[in-house]
Design a protein around this ligand. Sequence first.
Ligand code: SF4
Length: 494
Amino acid sequence: MSINQTYEIQALSDKVGHFIRIRSLNKAKHFAVYRTFTKRFPDGTEVNAEIKEDIKDILVKSIQKKGITEGFILKFDENDKYSDFVDEKISPEKIRHISGKNEKSFTSTGAKLSSHWPIFYKLNETGFGSIIRATLTLHQVCSSRCQFCSTINRNKKDSTSFEETKEFIEKLYFDQAEYNKKHFSKYNEKYKELTGSDIRLRGLILSGGGQPNLWPHFEKLVEWLSNLDIDIGLITNGFPKNIDDKIYDKFKWIRLSITPEDASPHYVDKKFNLQRIPQNIIHNKNTFFGLSYVYGPWTNEDILKRLSSSIDEWKLDYIRMLTDCNLTRSEQLKSHNVLAEKLYNLSLIDKDGNNKGKIFHQLKFHGTQEEAEELWNDGKCFLQTYNLFWDTTGHETNGKSFCYPCDSVTVLAEENTKQQSKRGFDGNVWGTVTNDKVELLFKEKWKKFFDPRKHCSACLFMKNNKTVKNLANTSLDKLNQIKIDKDLEHINFP
Ligand code: SF4
């Protein structure tokens, strides 16, 4: 199930202009077209510019040297001449940012984990995990061609059936609740006291290879799920016309990913705000509706302004802005810094980095080897104890596919091109159990499938890992004193 990580890089032009085409040489040969790149100046400022004839060869060399993400950042001197100077690193503390209610509610920062503390009390005393949150890709279909795609190496035919998916969820929902009632009643009772539920799957995200709503059994699955007491979330790039829009009423939340505007077939006139949004999503008061936007060379002021106006037009609950996770930590922090300054200059955040309205900046960045050594002294990922991501990579060939503790294993870019992001799931490295054996994640003790100190030093969920570690090492007395933050939303997606 390993992925081939080679790409074809071509400098081309058409009637629109000059561009670089990057094509994965993996089985499905997905490609992305890049018409813009980033110019960085010695004072740290950046300008996103169009690719012109005179820069194409420099870009190709840069991509060959620094990879298909950082290769698109070129350095220029004060006179706007290409110049490969060495720039300084930025520490996260230097970035204008405060983590507020929106970031804590609508993303996974670790802040919601304490609302589920009895499962970590159980972990501490018994060594058994409790899978309360899951994300399913269902298939690998997506009609967009994003430059920052984290699964460009995917295979379109790796899809699951309705029955397999139902069985998977039933194990996490019914079997897990029964198992906890029978074997871990002390912890199950505590959890029930706190949350009103047995220890079982609480939150489920359908994320697809970009568009889970193109999976043939999407409506049938969501109908079936709506009879269970599970909060369901949807992450998608668009809303295809061939399914009944009513199905979207069943979701607790929907997050629409706004792709670079030349990468989506859904955008009329290449404007994201002209795409079709089902009216019931806009007007449904019971479903949170938000956008996600990745800042990069494709971003210009006009898009940022239109994003801002879409808040009223689409009655949005939030817009989450972040940077490309395929960047290494130091480049990602520089990009975050540029994004924070842009948001500040547009008066979207205040001088300390608090969001002023519904747009918030998610400061998500890679960890370091030093943090990894300190955090995972037992060599086991803590997310594995409560979360899973079932990705279908390899399903066509093997008739089954792996679960992973998180989705960031596709973008673990390490410094100095030690390891570029894989842009695909590799079950041989980060896989835990296959979908047909998912029950082992709660019926067997938490065990080591791989050593995160070796494979995950660029982890994007270090904070979450640390929070679990702390909760699992806290006495019952102290756990009982935890005050649940009632202001936070999406509690079942910690
Ligand atoms: S990247 Fe982090 S959260 Fe994901 S599997 Fe590795 S250690 Fe776990």
